[in-house]
Ligand binder design. Structure first.
Ligand SMILES: Cc1cc2nc3c(=O)[nH]c(=O)nc-3n(C[C@H](O)[C@H](O)[C@H](O)COP(=O)(O)OP(=O)(O)OC[C@H]3O[C@@H](n4cnc5c(N)ncnc54)[C@H](O)[C@@H]3O)c2cc1C
Length: 459
């Protein structure tokens, strides 16, 4: 299944030196591999992944909310953030439209953010005025239209409750594991490149020796001119081992899900509560099974780098660093009563029986007639969002973080890291070409031409 070209030695024989070593084969690592393979003249690349297949951690189908975030219905995004995420997500959308003709990787559903009550409706109407130019497909719809599109959202709801929604047909639900596999397959199909894929190979240390990086794994040591670490939460651990990212710690926010029968025809988001750093709970049909509706994710703080992997508890504490600064930062974040209450409530959602009784109140915001018997805890589902804590400001920094070192890049990717993977790959490719020097080029024009939304100019 994978191309294993040759075994590099640890000596600095030019033939054995990789131009780029990518650590971590999730959707970010594989999208970078694809970009390097298709749009640059880099010839020798290694991708090192500790699991047996690509995308078995946060990019796995069961780990995340399977949503291509554009920023149109995510009320926790500012206009500026939505503009950036929209462009990034469009790259993924256009990749899929060109490479997944049979729709094996994605499903297109409609989507909406639902406002309940006067206050939320007013908020949504103001937001619509601000966002409609950026998202021309977005429409403000009323109670009748919501009822037509999503009957269960109105069933059992008070008739005098004001209901408004921001709606669009442009909803993409994605199996990000399959997307990662598609990036890998496409990268390997380029016969001009020498790409070594090392699966079930864990990077144990990265050190700099003269002008090269020595990437030590549990199998062998590789030599590389540049390194891109796309190892999720582990990226910060590896960064710290090289003396980078000292001002950061991680708040690992696990997300769990509940299943329900075929309640919804598309994605339904609720209006984000101010102050809360994580997206409000939403519901949508499974990417590959419209008969199952998934609600979530919850936001449970756990001292781990990877969900369901207890061996990463120690690594979490190594990453967080139990310094006074780190403890003071966590205490400051948790001292906000709204955040603390939310975190405690979210801890309870995973507990059998009690969790369901509490969580159903969230689901009722979307489907008021839901019964306890309709909900099943999605066992084994959910991943971890590695939220960055800035130890200087003692606050949470939302979104992805990138640490740029000497010919090395580290990506730490909470949501919407899967939606922005190709933008991230493009940014990293630009930097890697700078690291490598003049002989190396990124055809960014071609990348943009292939993957950007086409602007249709009227004559
Ligand atoms: C509950 C939840 C909901 C989410 N919902 C969405 C969503 O709807 N839309 C969206 O865009 N994003 C979402 N996200 C975020 C998204 O899942 C991530 O941003 C994305 O998957 C990150 O991809 P990645 O490749 O950086 O990380 P990962 O997929 O975690 O890949 C990192 C890889 O590095 C490997 N690795 C780690 N350490 C080493 C090592 N030492 N040696 C070798 N390999 C190593 C791991 O095995 C792993 O395969 C969600 C996340 C969660 C947890």
């Amino acid at each position: 299944m994978f191309a294993m070209n040759h075994q590099p030695s640890t000596t600095n024989n030019q033939q054995d030196i990789y131009d780029v070593a990518i650590v971590g084969g999730g959707v970010c690592g594989t999208s970078l591999l694809y970009t390097l393979s298709k749009y640059t003249n880099v010839t020798k690349i290694a991708l090192i992944e500790k699991e047996a297949e690509v995308a078995l951690i946060n990019s796995n189908k069961n780990s995340n909310s399977q949503t291509l975030h554009f920023g149109d219905i995510e009320t926790n995004y500012t206009l500026d953030k939505a503009r950036k995420v929209n462009q990034a997500a469009s790259f993924v959308k256009n990749y899929l439209l060109q490479n997944d003709i049979d729709q094996e990787i994605y499903t297109k559903y409609h989507k909406m953010v639902l406002a309940v009550g006067k206050e939320q409706a007013a908020k949504l109407k103001t937001r619509y005025q601000e966002f409609k130019q950026l998202f021309p497909a977005l429409r403000l719809i009323d109670r009748q239209e919501v009822a037509k599109l999503e009957p269960l959202v109105l069933q059992g709801r008070k008739s005098d409750e004001e209901i408004t929604a921001l709606y669009t047909d442009e909803g993409y639900t994605i199996n990000f594991k399959k997307l990662a596999q598609s990036f890998l397959d496409n990268a390997l199909s380029n016969p001009e490149k020498s790409i070594d894929i090392m699966m079930a190979t864990k990077v144990t240390s990265i050190t700099k020796q003269n002008n090269f990086y020595l990437v030590k794994t549990n199998q062998k040591t590789l030599t590389a001119k540049t390194v891109a670490v796309t190892a999720g939460a582990h990226s910060l651990l590896l960064a710290k081992s090289l003396g980078y990212g000292k001002d950061y710690a991680l708040l690992s926010v696990a997300g769990s899900f509940y299943f329900a029968p075929e309640f919804l025809r598309g994605k339904i988001y609720t209006v984000q509560l101010k102050k809360l750093p994580f997206a409000a709970i939403h519901g949508d049909p499974e990417v590959d099974n419209q008969k199952i509706t998934r609600f979530g994710p919850t936001a449970k703080v756990l001292p781990m780098l990877e969900r369901h992997n207890y061996a990463t508890i120690l690594e979490y504490f190594q990453t967080a660093g139990l310094s006074l600064k780190a403890i003071a930062s966590f205490l400051k974040i948790l001292s906000d009563f709204t955040v603390l209450r939310y975190i405690i409530l979210n801890l309870l959602y995973d507990i059998p029986v009690i969790g369901k009784i509490l969580f159903i109140e969230q689901v009722k915001k979307i489907v008021p007639s839901v019964k306890l018997r309709d909900l099943t805890f999605a066992k084994g589902y959910g991943g971890i969002r590695p939220q960055i804590v800035n130890l200087n400001t003692k606050s949470l920094e939302l979104g992805e973080a990138k640490i740029i070192g000497d010919k090395i890049i580290f990506n730490i990717t909470p949501s919407p890291g899967a939606s922005t993977c190709l933008q991230n790959a493009s940014d990293d490719t630009t930097r890697l070409m700078d690291f490598l020097g003049n002989n190396y080029q990124f055809d960014r024009g071609k990348f943009d031409q292939d993957l950007s939304d086409k602007v249709v100019t009227k004559i």
